[in-house]
Design a protein around this ligand. Structure first.
Ligand code: C5P
Length: 234
């Protein structure tokens, strides 16, 4: 995969309104070219904003974690593909993943699987009726994602080396929980610096607060891009 360091940085637009998001995008200028839109902004006009960002030459990751009957997932994914988004997340259930891969045929949309939500522990899985632990379930779902033809996985940078050994070089690993040295972890429990995440095998880094809550957004983004570049060329 030959990506520029800048397109490996995905900035999370975790804000409540399109006005707030547009202000961030304006302040970031050309220092960022890839944005993630999740539930909060998507359901507050963010899908229209996604279209505008794409029209302006940016890439967009829609973090909508779809999961429904196959026909519904496929039709939804077809609509997302027509928007011109680059990444879309789905929960890594086999039927859902197959339908999503079907729905993105013929487009440049790439489907990312969420193996097990990072807020879950073994007790949460047991409460949801699973008798597998987190590690086992995540590995099983990664194997299924690979076999079904998914384009990538969202994972923590700590999981990246193990998942890479399961899915091989062809799938993108997209990692949140990134914290440049010295920045606040906030509610993230397991964090890694941009350089270490790249060394662990991450293809894309999702970064929210360390960029959007910085005093100088462009400098914060540029510093992360420089760190990615250096680690990628080391
Ligand atoms: O502000 P921060 O850098 O922690 O933001 C990380 C982004 O990645 C948020 O949008 C968060 O929802 C998302 N994310 C995450 N952990 C996951 C999946 C997504 O932090 N396992």
């Amino acid at each position: 995969m030959s990506l520029s360091a800048r397109e490996r940085l995905i900035v999370a637009l975790d804000v409540p309104s399109v006005t707030d998001a547009q202000a961030l995008v304006t302040r970031l200028g050309e220092s960022v070219c890839f944005y993630k839109i999740g539930y909060q902004l998507a359901f507050a006009g963010g899908l229209r904003l996604a279209g505008d960002l794409i029209a302006a030459g940016n890439q967009v990751f829609l973090d909508l974690k779809l999961h429904d009957i196959g026909n519904t997932v496929q039709k939804g994914v077809e609509s997302v593909a027509r928007m011109g988004a680059t990444f879309l997340t789905v929960h890594a259930y086999p039927q859902t993943m197959k339908a999503a891969v079907e729905g993105r045929q013929g487009s440049s949309l790439r489907i990312l699987g969420v193996t097990v939500l990072t807020s879950y522990d073994d007790a949460d899985l047991a409460a949801a009726g699973y008798d597998l632990g987190i590690g086992e379930l995540a590995a099983a779902r990664a194997t299924q994602a690979h076999d079904i033809g998914l384009d990538g996985l969202v994972c923590s940078a700590e999981e990246a080396p193990n998942l890479r050994s399961i899915v091989g070089p062809g799938m993108a690993l997209v990692t949140p929980g990134i914290r440049p040295a010295g920045s606040a972890a906030g509610d993230q429990k397991r964090v890694m610096t941009p350089a270490r995440a790249i060394q662990a095998g991450a293809d894309y880094l999702v970064v929210g607060r360390p960029v959007v809550a910085a005093a100088d957004l462009r400098s914060a983004a540029d510093a992360i891009v420089a760190e990615i570049e250096q680690a990628a060329n080391a």
